[in-house]
Design a protein around this ligand. Structure first.
Ligand SMILES: CC(=O)N[C@H]1[C@@H](OP(=O)(O)OP(=O)(O)OC[C@H]2O[C@@H](n3ccc(=O)[nH]c3=O)[C@H](O)[C@@H]2O)O[C@H](CO)[C@@H](O)[C@@H]1O[C@H](C)C(=O)N[C@@H](C)C(=O)N[C@H](CCC(=O)O)C(=O)O
Ligand SMILES: Nc1ncnc2c1ncn2[C@@H]1O[C@H](COP(=O)(O)OP(=O)(O)OP(=O)(O)O)[C@@H](O)[C@H]1O
Ligand SMILES: N[C@H](CCC[C@H](N)C(=O)O)C(=O)O
Ligand SMILES: [Mg+2]
Length: 484
């Protein structure tokens, strides 16, 4: 590609040399090689323009900066734009050039990973070559890779989308995190439909207020989706109404799902321990669906996913029938095993207040004994959620064990103390391995154990180091020890 091929996104006429060869794009000077265009982004820790000279020394073909930022003394073109993150996303889309024809994105505080995975599974069952992209990585035909971000950076994202399209994937669902939306990571994606699950407290270290957090999520609807595109909105959340209003105001075709939904109306649910039977009305026709997943919230996720699949062309009866074969996303109310006495042990990714509340509420009706929960809170993340989660655990579980969950650069005991301050009677066991083993050892017939916070994760980050750690492995080992 040549610089002039990025015309319309970058001001390539004038000072720049339109025929310069562009071999790649990067927002990290350390990854720049000969011919790469370096995008200097203003970040939370650093200002990318401070690395412009570094990028030039590594062979960058041009530098893109925000208007008003001065970068001088370089012999390569410096292109000023209003929004460098947006320019990066649009340039990445054009540079890589291809994406699956039908792409959808889901946002919301909880349920994104599940909805992305379910939508992919519904499409697969309808016969499409489908992929999902999110917190648990990329899943596509012949591909299952773990990734680190929920919404990848634009360059990684568009490289991936091209690979998927080249491999024949026609349908892809992706998670739109609030960071991803705010940082324009998906502004170059051609979306056919979008979805909203719910809104609760999250990322209060990044967004100053809940309203600001909601506004970031709304970018999906008021900025990214083309006018007239379907917006699937879960209708039973306190934040459904303002979301519906915003999506309508943006000229989208709003399709609501849930008990208050018009597109897919949930009439009745019968919960069982590991499955639930739902009656769903679609276009005036009643469908009985046997969902093989535990957790009330999975009904919401299944409805949103079916909505996305139907809105992008899957026949309603087929999409709803596909729900009967859904597999939960790894680490989402994931039954790892049961004790000899039959007490189930679940691994779940609840690492924020609403999720913890939901998961503990979900297992209560099927627990004749005690609900036991093991959890902690991440370091270098929203501190405000710690006492809130302590209170929720104490209110909804019978035995609360507070442990460590990626303390990162914070003192683990300080994090635990913040949770414990609102969790009278809770047991403190910093070592997560010991916490899990002790919890399993405590279980009696009728009890349920939830190990929350890490889900699919395979590491424990202490300081700057990440050690291998898997809740699944520890639970399995603890169950084996008890059985021996
Ligand atoms: C807090 C946050 O979102 N940070 C993101 C942000 O980085 P930043 O703006 O803070 O970067 P910075 O360190 O200040 O540096 C500014 C710029 O200078 C560049 N730089 C820096 C040093 C150098 O030597 N050379 C150089 O060019 C950096 O590459 C960057 O472009 O912009 C970067 C580029 O887009 C992102 O990679 C980075 O995500 C980091 C890795 C991250 O951990 N993000 C998490 C919090 C995140 O995004 N999570 C969400 C939600 C998770 C969920 O709830 O599911 C996700 O989508 O995963
Ligand atoms: N629809 C829902 N409503 C409330 N809680 C949910 C819902 N779906 C999932 N959860 C809870 O939230 C946890 C995370 O679910 P999931 O990974 O699907 O959401 P996510 O939005 O991708 O979260 P993250 O932003 O952390 O990646 C689950 O383990 C479960 O405890
Ligand atoms: N995407 C989220 C995941 C948090 C998971 C939890 N295990 C933690 O480390 O806090 C974050 O990075 O904030
Ligand atoms: Mg996710």
């Amino acid at each position: 590609m040549h610089l002039k091929d990025l015309a319309g996104i970058l001001p390539v006429e004038g000072t720049a040399s339109p025929d310069l060869e562009v071999t790649g794009l990067s927002s990290d000077s350390r990854a720049v090689k000969t011919g790469v265009v370096f995008f200097a982004l203003a970040g939370s820790k650093a200002d990318g323009s401070a690395y412009a000279a570094d990028a030039a020394a590594r062979g960058a073909s041009a530098i893109v900066t925000g208007r008003g930022t001065t970068v001088s003394g370089l012999s390569i073109p410096v292109l000023a734009v209003d929004d460098p993150r947006l320019a990066l996303a649009l340039s990445a889309a054009r540079f890589f050039g291809r994406q699956p024809e039908t792409m959808v994105a889901v946002t919301g505080t909880a349920g994104k990973t599940s909805v992305a995975a379910f939508t992919r599974q519904i499409w697969e069952q309808a016969g499409f070559a489908a992929a999902s992209i999110g917190t648990t990585g990329v899943v596509a035909p012949g591909r299952n890779e773990y990734g680190s971000l929920t919404t990848p950076d634009p360059v990684a994202l568009h490289r991936l989308l091209k690979e998927l399209a080249d491999a024949g994937v026609t349908h892809a669902s992706m998670e739109a995190s609030s960071h991803g939306l705010d940082q324009r990571r998906l502004d170059g994606v051609k979306l056919a439909a979008g979805a909203f699950t719910n809104l609760g407290r999250d990322h209060m270290d990044y967004h100053p207020t809940v309203e600001d957090y909601h506004r970031a999520k709304l970018r999906l609807f008021d900025t990214l989706l083309p006018k007239g595109a379907p917006a699937i909105v879960f209708a039973d959340d306190p934040w459904s109404e303002p979301t519906i209003k915003a999506a309508k105001a943006a000229g989208l075709k709003v399709l609501t799902v849930g008990r208050h939904g018009d597109f897919l109306t949930l009439k009745r649910v019968e919960h069982e321990r590991r499955r639930q039977r739902a009656e769903i009305v679609a276009d005036g026709v009643l469908h009985e669906v046997d969902l093989p997943l535990a957790g009330d919230f999975q009904i919401a996720n299944a409805l949103v996913s079916a909505g996305l699949a139907i809105a992008t062309g899957t026949i309603a009866a087929k999409a709803l029938a596909a729900l009967e074969k859904l597999k939960g996303a790894p680490g989402r109310l994931d039954l790892v095993g049961t004790t000899a006495a039959g007490a189930p042990v679940y691994v779940d990714y609840a690492h924020k207040p609403d999720a913890l509340e939901n998961v503990l509420t979900s297992v209560r009706p099927f627990t004749t004994g005690r609900v036991v929960v093991v959890f902690g809170c991440g370091g270098d993340r929203d501190r405000g959620k710690r006492p809130i989660m302590g209170e929720i655990a104490t209110r909804l579980a019978d035995i609360v064990i507070v442990t460590d969950d990626n303390p990162r650069t914070e003192l683990p005991e300080t994090i635990r103390a913040a949770i414990l301050a609102a969790a009278p009677g809770a047991i403190e066991i910093g070592d997560r391995r010991k916490a899990i083993h002790d919890a399993v050892a405590m279980l009696r017939a009728g009890d349920t154990l939830i190990v929350a916070g890490k889900g699919h994760e395979e590491g424990q980050t202490i300081g700057a180091e990440t050690f291998h750690f898997s809740d699944h492995e520890e639970v399995r080992e603890a169950l084996k020890e008890r059985a021996a």
